[in-house]
Design a protein around this ligand. Structure first.
Ligand code: IFM
Length: 440
């Protein structure tokens, strides 16, 4: 059986390892007075989610959080990257606060600290309160103010004890995947909606960052996802299509957040659909940050396609694939770690998500996951050796959980979850990491 081929001592002494989860994917949103979210609505609409599964029960982390934090501590991890649910804190997204929700996050953060874990908070990991979706959600410019108010309420309570905070997980997914490709809630396929969401999500990031600074919080960053765009063929047309895909996916938010500019090639297409006066928001979006988090999983083959902008189609190549059908392409991680520095300069970088879904059985070693982690950690080491300021690596995910439109069947966890009994069982990868991370 293959194992984890590195140990903690192979990385710089201050390098941190962690695991990540998100609120809606594990907590059990039916518990504790949380409000309805657009994922509940999306899942209740036939055809959107495999078996119409939702996050009502999740992994029941709401009740089993202490056991889950014990697993993180016992695995030898340093960071727990978790998220809070907006609708758990403010069931309608504005106005009334759910005291049970704030109490829950308060207990959770104290539980992390008691176990020696660094709490890495994300304020939004996609569970938009339905009441705000009714008002247009991310299409409505007012969302930046609503989000800033939520940031204030949440961080007044727990901001003094978190180690780091980032406003929004994977802005590309909030904007493009959910409003142009229609794969995630609210399931729109509409370029005007997409342009607005792609802008307002940045504005909300900026406003929430201002709020957190105002509360005296430090170690504030952004978490973006990246996909390595490769041309399907070497034709000039396919290469141009891959460059544009890279712009929409990888350069749009980095440009806005770190340079105060959107990439010109993407604006060529999105410009006509942007909200009036967007230029005046760029200074707010481009807040000083303390770090960038990169979520990386895969590459994509891109070809030119006739039809409306962006004139491209997505393809899968010949590399081995994960249970998601995603090609395993570790070089892409190295590419983005070096590429990101062009935007972030000397700022610390963190891999805030990396990992794979695998059809794991509880009694069989998840050798494929260990190999995936080995390959990506090797690329992280390569980047560090070249001088990249990479300071930590966080694995998605601690637990098997709700994989959004794909329901509960795609298993990303280091710990197996039986979704009937909710029993947790560490997989071989967890046990191997525990050995690798043990301090001498
Ligand atoms: O499960 C998701 C997570 O919510 C965000 N990043 C990618 C993961 C795997 O698809």
């Amino acid at each position: 059986m293959s194992g984890i081929s590195f140990k903690r001592a192979d990385f710089p002494p201050d390098f941190l390892f962690g695991v990540a989860t998100s609120a809606y994917q594990i907590e059990g949103h039916a518990f504790g007075g949380a409000g309805r979210t657009h994922w509940d609505d999306f899942a209740a609409t036939p055809g959107n989610v495999v078996r119409a599964e939702d996050g009502a029960r999740g992994c029941d982390h709401y009740h089993r959080w202490a056991e889950d934090l014990d697993l993180i501590r016992d695995g030898g991890f340093d960071i727990y990257r978790f998220s809070a649910s907006w609708a758990r804190v403010m069931p309608d997204g504005r106005g009334a606060v759910n005291a049970q929700g704030l109490d829950f996050y308060d207990r959770l953060v104290d539980g992390m600290l008691a176990r020696g874990l660094r709490p890495a908070l994300t304020l939004y990991h996609w569970e938009l309160p339905s009441a705000l979706a009714d008002l247009g959600g991310w299409r409505n410019r007012d969302i930046a103010g609503w989000f800033a108010d939520y940031a204030q309420v949440l961080c007044e309570r727990i901001g003094d004890r978190v180690w780091s905070a980032a406003p929004i997980n994977e802005p590309w997914c909030v904007g493009w995947l959910s409003h142009f490709l229609g794969h995630h809630a609210p399931g729109l396929r509409d370029i005007r909606a997409a342009a607005r969401a792609m802008h307002h999500v940045g504005l909300a990031h900026g406003r929430a960052t201002e709020v957190m600074r105002g509360l005296g919080m430090g170690n504030l960053g952004a978490v973006c996802n990246f996909e390595y765009a490769l041309p399907l063929t070497d034709s000039a047309e396919d290469r141009a299509a891959a460059t544009l895909y890279d712009g929409i996916y990888n350069r749009w938010f980095l440009g806005a957040m770190f340079q105060g500019e959107y990439p010109a090639d993407v604006l060529d297409g999105l410009g006509p659909h942007m909200p009036r006066g967007w230029q005046d928001d760029m200074a707010t979006i481009c807040q000083p940050l303390d770090w960038l988090g990169l979520n990386y999983y895969t590459c994509k083959r891109i070809a030119h396609a006739d039809g409306p902008w962006p004139h491209l189609s997505e393809h899968v190549g010949n590399l081995p694939q994960t249970q998601m059908g995603w090609e395993i392409c570790p070089e892409g991680l190295h590419h983005f770690l070096t590429f990101a520095q062009g935007y972030t300069g000397d700022l610390p970088l963190y891999v805030t998500e990396n990992g794979m879904a695998n059809p794991d059985q509880p009694d069989q070693p998840d050798a494929a996951r260990m190999e995936y982690l080995n390959q990506h950690l090797a690329q992280a080491q390569r980047a560090i050796a070249e001088g990249v300021a990479l300071k930590g690596y966080v694995i998605w995910s601690l637990l098997d959980n709700y994989e959004w439109a794909l329901g509960y069947e795609k298993r990303f966890g280091l710990v197996h979850v039986d979704f009937d009994s909710l029993q947790r069982r560490p997989k071989a990868s967890y046990l191997a990491l525990k050995q690798a991370l043990a301090r001498a």
